[in-house]
Design a protein around this ligand. Sequence first.
Ligand SMILES: [Zn+2]
Length: 184
Amino acid sequence: MQIRRSAYALAATLALSVPLIAAPSALAEDTRPAAVTITYDDSRAPEYTAAITEGIKIWNDKVDNVQINKVEAGGRADVSFVSDPGWPRAELGPAMPGDSLTIWFGKQAVDDGYNLTRIASHEFGHSLGLPDAKPGPCSSLMSGSTGGVECDNATPNAEEIAAVERNYAGGFVPRQRQETVVVG
Ligand SMILES: [Zn+2]
């Protein structure tokens, strides 16, 4: 009985002291989701690898909640660039680990003179879950071709960056896609 009473008293003391010991900020840090890492492959778009590398680097520099790595040679990628004779287009994300989304790097826009890096980062914006924002100014990445053929801005604006951060704010969420949406 004496032991039980002591244990009870100790427990009561601990219960009182726990909120003082565990700072709320420390708890918040422990539960924050880790950044999502996705992979891309450019082996089927060999003529555009320089532009793709540059476009991916821009996204990696601008966002924190998702990071994009080039897949190991022969490995399975979450997003794959493919050379295509038509107009550039992509399967809408946000891409998650285990996905297999495609970006068709369309030669039609290349032949028309559109900036290759802008094409790459615009289409990858779709992979990150951004819809088109057409028509729009050159300062908007997702305005795509409506930014003008002379537009060489390949960097997302503040709104576009914030939208991607929101798409990945919850960390890794396995996709259960009912259907694939292709956007231009
Ligand atoms: Zn588009």
